[in-house]
Design a protein around this ligand. Structure first.
Ligand SMILES: Nc1ncnc2c1ncn2[C@@H]1O[C@H](COP(=O)(O)OP(=O)(O)OP(=O)(O)O)[C@@H](O)[C@H]1O
Ligand SMILES: [Mg+2]
Length: 339
């Protein structure tokens, strides 16, 4: 363990109890007030700023219900650069900023989620590699994120680059993460509300491990040409995992990322995705935003880097939708996998 847990590998529950604000497990939609704020001008930018501010105020007053059980969500799409990492870290930070206990597992050798969450992940740092290959308990490699006390990260280092191949010859090769997460949730991580796994852009053993442990799959889709390319293969993989390895898994959520409402293409892609997946696709989309792409270079999520920006407010709204769905049971997940 590092950071706050340096000297005590089983102190997570105590830490959580001390840090987590008392958040109601009930859903309430509070009315919003737009007093004292009006659009500065009628330009599209002025309008957008005004709408972002309205949404931010609504979210400020609304509650984020905590799930009855830990939800394990894997963020997956073998297509590269669609917003998997950005969605993983900002969703996690948004949920944690509203009091949930959230663990992000970086399962990508690129280590981008570890960078964005500001945790140490130089080669040799205890990481997900040791968990998968050497059966080191997750609690020993978890780091607390510097900006949000209820947000935690299992880092990935470049050591993970060979893991897809190294895992091939190991026993229970598809269940390594499942076993580690269940051990954590049965002990020091029992108060975790969410475990979010950031997958690499492939359908190899790292992604498979993350699907075997998950109750839910969240698929980010970038609203651009070729957006749906590869989605059939991803769905087939989820079905295969469901049939043979983890009956609990299902695609619960689709997030439309880098959405630019001014382009016909983005609107068409969004309409097509909603047509195919009406129940899974979230109402809220993520706008293309410079602040979102800048944040990782400061070792931060956009939630702390610029909490009033359109990207941060969008991810907060996404977190609210996901939390509300879990609370009403439409997408409640249990930890997946079968022994
Ligand atoms: N809403 C957004 N606005 C602007 N830039 C964004 C947004 N979302 C993601 N990006 C940028 O797009 C790039 C790809 O995003 P990200 O790394 O999250 O994708 P990924 O699917 O995790 O990629 P990989 O497949 O390599 O793991 C990054 O440079 C990121 O900063
Ligand atoms: Mg990524």
């Amino acid at each position: 363990m590092t950071g706050a847990h340096e000297d005590d590998a089983v102190s997570l529950p105590t830490w959580f109890a001390r840090q987590a604000p008392d958040v109601s497990r009930e859903t309430t939609d509070s009315a919003d007030s737009d007093e004292g704020f009006a659009p500065g001008d009628d330009s599209p930018v002025g309008r957008e700023l005004w709408e972002t501010e309205q949404l931010r105020r609504r979210l400020e007053d609304s509650e984020f219900p905590r799930p009855p059980r830990t939800r394990v969500i894997t963020v997956s799409n073998q297509k590269g650069g669609v917003g998997k990492t950005t969605t993983s870290v900002n969703l996690a930070a948004a949920l944690a900023s509203r009091g949930a206990n959230v663990l992000v597992i970086d399962a990508d050798p690129q280590g981008n989620a570890s960078t964005a969450l500001g945790v140490e992940h130089r080669s040799g740092t205890p990481s997900i590699y040791e968990v998968l290959l050497e059966e080191t308990p997750l609690a020993r490699v978890v780091q607390q994120c510097p900006d949000i006390p209820t947000l935690w990260c299992v880092p990935a280092t470049i050591d993970l680059a060979g893991a897809d191949i190294e895992l091939v010859s190991m026993v229970r090769r598809e269940f390594r993460l499942h076993d580690a997460v269940n051990e954590l949730l049965a002990g020091p991580g029992k108060d975790l509300d969410y475990v979010i796994v950031d997958c690499p852009p492939s359908l190899g053993l790292l992604t498979l491990n993350s699907m075997v442990v998950a109750g839910e799959v969240l698929i980010p889709i970038q609203c651009e040409y070729y957006a749906l390319e590869g989605l059939t293969q991803l769905m087939k993989t989820v079905e295969m995992v469901k049939k043979h390895l983890n009956p609990a898994i299902h695609v619960s959520t689709i997030v439309l990322t880098m959405f630019d409402a001014r382009t016909n293409l983005a609107r068409e892609v969004a309409a097509e995705v909603r047509g195919h997946f009406p129940d899974q696709t979230l109402e809220q989309t993520v706008p293309r935003s410079v602040r979102v792409s800048e944040a990782p270079s400061f070792g931060q999520t956009v939630m702390t880097y610029d909490p009033t920006s359109s990207g941060a407010v969008a991810y907060l709204a996404i977190a609210r939708e996901i939390a509300a769905r879990g609370a009403t049971g439409t997408a409640v997940a249990e930890t997946g996998g079968q022994q």
